[in-house]
Design a protein around this ligand. Structure first.
Ligand code: AMP
Ligand code: MG
Length: 500
């Protein structure tokens, strides 16, 4: 739902820069359903004008005219520091269809491009495309990717690369940084309109409350805590969790140097440029909490206003103190929400149905063992479901063989089996349940890299194959077993840079 405000500090109309001789690199038939596109038997839009639209070369297709493409301003904290105004520097919103905003990422300069060229390279566009669609298939809230359109136009990064446009879809691309933008410029009317828009379109339950803005903050924070738990449970590392990359709808967004864990390392850093590990795997939940603190701070004027309406005679100072106390209490709800969600996800990964207080220790002991033994996160959990609750004939050996510390694993397994036996659940049913939450296929960096390298020489077959496999991450798809394997040692540590 396009944000309704106008004005330079909010958004500006901007025409996409044409991309010469565009061609299809990837197209998601699944995402296309969201906007009701008619497709040909080749699974591409039946109206060829869509290629030109998604390249930014025309604003007209069939009976539709995207009459006012826009870019929005936002601000944010990057790596923990206030970065001031940022904005859609290379993403242009065409308009919306069926409640989905259509955004062209890499469609040229906008008034918020600062020093950038407004472009995105093929490599990062493919990564964003693959991961958006893979996350959706995993059941994790995310912005979607409709297509990648390529061109031979060159762009300069560390090396010379070619440009591409990735078309993203989402009900809204609003970020914590949008609130921070208005708060930092003391644009309180806009701050309120933004909050009202969000409530009307995405958080309607808040409208019935006597404290709608406080409830809005709590609802955003709750969605964010749930998202953090889902990332941890699938081993996803975002890489650049700045407040301008943090969705107000609890979506995974702005895919950059992200990575899925291969070997489980609790302190894994997927972003080559994050030397200090601010955005390491284990810190993600805390960092999103920190980002919620930035949101709370930006929403303070709204909460003050809310309190003032209820207590019109109170002094400004008292209202300000009360608003801060109220927000601090709301912010303090996050750790418990996160912890509860985290436990729910990991219990499910272990196939446990009942809640028992010792489960956290059981999960943590497993993660410690996996960390110490550098166990592949996805493969391990996928195969954990194969184990019988009753020990018999070395049935556990393939999993056990993964561990250097076998006695450590045996001790853990004994506890786990005792726990499974308490639930009296049938092995087969438990395995079925576990296979619905422990994916077989994730977007491993080495797989993305192979698809990118082929696409860079105009072979898109690997990209299409990988996207197809990742659409069903919980299915066995036996013919694609090779795609479920951990990377070979020489491809274990592909460093992903921020450059995109
Ligand atoms: P990111 O880290 O990709 O989320 O980007 C941070 C900010 O830089 C956002 O405001 C982007 O729009 C902007 N940005 C990144 N790359 C470019 C580029 N090539 N041209 C213009 N703006 C860019
Ligand atoms: Mg960003």
């Amino acid at each position: 739902m396009a944000f309704i405000l106008c004005g330079e500090a909010v958004k500006q109309t901007v025409t996409p820069t044409p991309l010469p001789d565009p061609y299809w690199v990837a197209f998601s038939t699944d995402a296309a359903k969201l906007i009701g596109l008619n497709l040909t038997s080749d699974h591409l839009p039946s109206d060829p004008a869509w290629l030109q639209v998604l390249a930014g070369n025309t604003l007209e297709v069939a009976d539709r005219q995207f009459s006012e493409p826009t870019a929005t301003a936002y601000s944010g904290h990057q790596f923990g520091m206030w970065a001031g105004q940022l904005g859609d520097g290379r993403a242009i919103l065409l308009g919306d269809i069926q409640g989905q905003e259509i955004q062209l990422k890499g469609a040229g300069k906008t008034p918020y491009s600062r020093m950038g060229d407004g472009r995105a390279v093929l490599r990062s566009s493919i990564r964003e495309y693959l991961c958006s669609e893979a996350m959706h298939a995993l059941g994790i809230p995310t912005t979607r990717a409709l297509a990648v359109v390529g061109s031979k136009k060159t762009v300069v990064r560390e090396t010379l690369e070619t440009a591409a446009v990735c078309t993203r879809l989402a009900p809204s691309f609003l970020r914590v940084g949008h609130f921070e933008h208005f708060a930092s410029l003391q644009m309180y009317a806009e701050l309120q309109i933004l909050a009202d828009d969000l409530i009307r379109n995405f958080y309607p339950a808040c409208a019935d409350s006597t404290t709608p803005y406080l409830d809005l903050f709590k609802a955003i924070s709750a969605r964010t805590a749930e998202l953090a738990a889902q990332w941890q449970a699938v081993g996803f590392c975002h890489g650049v969790l700045n407040t301008d990359n943090t969705s107000l709808l609890g979506l995974t967004m702005d895919y950059g140097p992200f990575g899925f864990l291969d070997q489980f390392q609790i302190n894994h850093i997927c972003n080559h440029s994050d030397a200090g590990g601010r955005y390491s795997y284990q810190r993600q939940p805390q960092i999103l909490h920190w980002n919620m603190a930035c949101l709370a701070s930006a929403m303070l004027p709204l909460i003050e206003q809310e309190l003032k309406q209820a207590n019109p005679t109170q002094s400004e100072a008292d209202l300000s103190n009360a608003a801060q106390t109220t927000l601090r209490s709301a912010l303090a709800l996050y750790p418990d929400l996160y912890q509860t969600a985290w436990e729910r996800h990991f219990r499910a990964k272990l196939g446990l149905l009942e809640i028992q207080s010792e489960d956290v220790a059981l999960i943590e002991a497993l993660l410690q063992l996996m960390h110490d033994n550098q166990i592949d996160f996805t493969t391990f959990f996928r195969h954990l479901g194969d184990l019988s609750a009753l020990p018999s004939n070395n049935q556990n050996s393939p999993l056990r063989d993964l561990f250097l510390n076998r006695t450590g694993f045996d001790a853990w397994l004994e506890h786990y089996r005792t726990r499974l036996q308490q639930e009296h659940s049938n092995d087969q049913k438990r395995q079925q349940r576990m296979n619905l939450v422990n994916p077989k296929f994730i977007l491993r960096n080495h797989l993305a890299q192979a698809a990118i390298e082929a696409a860079q020489v105009d072979d898109f077959s690997e990209l299409t194959r990988l996207a197809t496999i990742l659409r069903k991450p919980y299915d066995e798809q036996l013919e694609y077993d090779a795609y479920a394997q951990p990377p070979p040692p020489e491809l274990n540590a592909i460093a992903v840079s921020c450059s995109s």
